[in-house]
Design a protein around this ligand. Structure first.
Ligand code: AMP
Ligand code: ZN
Length: 115
């Protein structure tokens, strides 16, 4: 997909507003518009990659940066009891935006297995 058509590239570029909670040289973290938990933050790379595997292949250090940013947000939000990090990958797994994003969820008990 051309990055011109990508919602999350537009958030990175500041063309669409987002509730940004953390930024680094390589990542941007913002609150999900439809939160599924008291903390529901999406952490994305500034570069357009379709999914976590593609990011691992092309920029492995940025995959680490996503996890470190998620941890920083979890600390800021006081998620001492635990939190979940999720990469939905592919349509059957409910990936709807094809710019890789780490879902950070926390602030309530969570069941397993996920739906
Ligand atoms: P996924 O289904 O894993 O691809 O997740 C996409 C997520 O992006 C969903 O949780 C949406 O609620 C969220 N989302 C869509 N548009 C926006 C937006 N403009 N700002 C913040 N979150 C969004
Ligand atoms: Zn993108």
């Amino acid at each position: 997909m051309p990055t011109d058509d990508c919602l999350f590239c537009k958030i990175v570029a500041g063309e669409i507003p987002a509730d940004v909670v953390h930024e680094t040289e390589t990542t941007v973290a913002f609150r999900d518009i439809e939160p599924q938990a008291p903390t529901h933050v999406l952490v994305i790379p500034r570069s357009h990659r379709a999914n976590a595997a593609e990011l691992a292949e092309t920029e492995p250090s940025v995959l680490v940066d996503l996890v470190e940013s998620a941890k920083a947000v979890a600390d800021k939000d006081g998620l001492d009891e635990g939190y979940r990090m999720v990469f939905n990958t592919g349509a059957q797994a409910h990936q709807t935006v094809f710019h890789v994003h780490l879902h950070l969820l926390g602030g309530r008990p969570m069941g397993w297995p996920p739906g």
